[in-house]
Design a protein. Structure first.
Lengths: 464, 112
């Protein structure tokens, strides 16, 4: 290592790219709020959107305080962690040690000589934690106390998300590190596992994780009043389509940004993300047309999201044609899977399981089949596929079990459900004291001011 | 005086309004309504779950007329609203005791 003594140099192209990519991923959460909000009934649209905005607010802070330290705090400072499960939450608590000569310490997470300020690496990862928590909320629409949800967000991201992120991306058990699962099963070559697990942008960490958590929450929280009997139609499909569009846009930051460099791989990832999503929308619509007789707008929006989910782990390993195959299967599978909740009797309200868990599992396992270098269908042998199935199932079981326990604990303490009367009147008014829409043209629906807003002069007067 | 109420297809509203204006009716009130008769509702499918929507969108149109015009106005609405397909709606007329124009205080036929 003749250059070991030289200080690392910032890669400004990669830094600019990561600033933009992180902002794009952040936009996905308001996009998700629209996607979910439009799917609920009009009396609960605000609560649905507030679950996403609430997740943004608390997870953003938790991530800076101990989330990054727990997930990636080991990357630069000696690499110690606790049994490959999580890193020391206090090592970089509050990120106080990340300042450097040019304002920020530099990091090269993949060890490829592309250095970016660690602050923006924190920011990028922060947006992933935010959206993963927000995704779960779709399983429990219309019926949950806001305070319990916010408490859940803090506990869940700490106990479930940070450890899984560390295991997969932070050099832990599910990564390709020397101490990881793959190294133990298939051996080590040049200091890393001979068969590297494929999860480019978060099939396990984000989607299987959120999907399994959604299932656990739906089981513990229980069904909405009238589930399966009364019609629960989406109240605003244009919002759903706008939300799907924003998710699609932001997802390019999510997937291409996961390369952590503005390079050829990021470009291939961009294209794979595009075509898989197109194919998934078509796959979903074909199933609908054949089964129900109509190609629906909700189907197109849902197919888009299923495709984005499936290509997330696989986008760095597939060819464009492989991505199309992965996408069309993802759309079709998810379209078939969303009906399961009625047969099995759990109320995963907005199909977090049917879309994120199913497409996440398929994308993670499909990457093992379709990877151009090591995939089963490309003559790469069976090891990659077996490894993909293992990491998918471990994430699934881990998230399902831990989330179930957290949900039970919250049920016994804070309680999950609002009262039946509040739920039937509408959670927006009961929990937030607001209505999403003013229905009809009557002046303010007969509303009048009973307590004028506090003005500045009143505040001064009160302090005087 | 009579109050004539018609429940019609939203699509027929313009035609009915023009026909009533041509007949000389000076004003009317409409509101959005939902309902079903022999037409029943329709079905919608969201992510494979099928819902039957019983109440379909209709327009409720109300006109106050002098007794002597009542049957003619009903005929005018009938002709303009009729498509011959199921779901065309209904028209009925009921007697009205008193009508007052709020601006002037005029009463009875003068207020129409």
């Amino acid at each position: 290592m003749p250059f070991a003594a030289e200080p690392p140099v910032i890669n400004e192209a990669a830094t600019a790219f990561m600033l933009i990519a992180s902002s794009m991923v952040l936009l996905m959460t308001p996009g998700l709020a629209l996607f979910y909000g439009g799917m609920t009934r009009s009396k609960s649209v605000l609560n649905m959107m507030m679950m996403s905005f609430g997740a943004m607010a608390v997870v953003g802070i938790v991530y800076v305080l101990w989330g990054y330290s727990m997930s990636f705090g080991n990357l630069q400072d000696g690499g110690s962690d606790i049994a490959g499960i999580f890193a020391n939450p206090f090592h970089l608590f509050g990120l106080g040690d990340l300042t450097g000569p040019d304002g920020a310490r530099l990091i090269d997470p993949f060890g490829v000589g592309v250095f970016i300020p660690e602050y923006i690496y924190v920011g990028f990862q922060l947006t992933f934690a935010v959206i993963t928590v927000a995704l779960i909320s779709g399983a429990i629409a219309d019926r949950v106390k806001f305070g319990t949800w916010i408490t859940f967000a803090v506990i869940w991201v700490t106990v479930v998300y940070f450890p899984i992120a560390h295991m997969v991306w932070g050099g832990g058990l599910l990564s390709g590190s020397e101490g990881g699962l793959s190294a133990k099963l298939f051996g080590v070559t040049d200091g890393v596992a001979s068969v590297l697990p494929i999860d480019f942008a978060g099939g396990t960490v984000v989607h299987i994780n959120a999907g399994a958590a959604g299932l656990a929450l739906a089981l513990v929280v229980g069904k909405r009043l009238g589930f399966g009997k009364v019609a629960m139609r989406p109240h605003n499909l244009p919002l759903v389509m706008i939300g799907a569009g924003l998710l699609w846009f932001g997802w390019f930051g999510f997937n291409a940004g996961s390369e952590l460099a503005a390079d050829g791989v990021a470009s291939a990832v961009w294209l794979n993300t595009m075509v898989a999503t197109c194919a998934a929308a078509i796959g979903w619509l074909i199933v609908e047309k054949v089964r129900d007789g109509h190609a629906t707008s909700l189907g197109a929006a849902s197919g888009v999201v299923a495709g984005l989910v499936a290509i997330t782990p696989a986008c760095g390993a597939l060819s464009p044609v492989g991505s199309i195959i992965l996408g069309v299967v993802a759309g079709g599978l998810s379209a078939l899977a969303v009906g399961l909740k009625y047969k099995l009797g759990y109320d995963d309200s907005l199909d977090v399981v049917g879309v994120h868990l199913v497409a996440g599992l398929w994308g993670t396992i499909g990457a093992g089949l379709l990877a151009t270098s090591t995939g089963l269908l490309y003559g790469g042998g069976w090891q990659q596929t077996v490894l993909q199935i293992l990491i998918a199932l471990i994430s699934l079981v881990l998230s399902l079990t831990l989330t179930y326990l957290i949900a039970l604990a919250l049920k016994a303490t804070l309680g999950w459900r609002i009262s039946d009367e509040e739920e039937s009147e509408g959670i927006d008014q009961a929990v937030h004291a607001e209505s999403g829409y003013e229905i009809g043209g009557l002046p303010a629906s007969g509303a009048r001011t009973t307590r004028p807003a506090v003005t500045a002069s009143q505040v001064e007067g009160a302090n005087a | 005086m009579k109050l004539i109420t018609a429940i019609i297809k939203p699509h027929q509203l313009d035609e009915v309004k023009e026909a009533l204006e041509a007949f000389g009716v000076a004003g009317m009130t409409i509101s959005e309504a939902s309902g079903y008769g022999r037409q029943r509702g329709h079905s919608e499918v969201y992510r494979g779950a099928e819902y039957t929507v019983d109440f379909v969108p209709k327009v409720r149109l109300e006109v106050l007329v002098d007794d002597v015009d009542s049957s003619d106005v009903v005929e005018v609405i009938l002709k303009a609203a009729q498509t011959g397909r199921i779901g065309d709606g209904k028209i009925w007329a009921v007697p009205v005791d008193e009508v007052v124009r709020v601006r002037t205080g005029e009463r009875g036929v003068d207020a129409l």
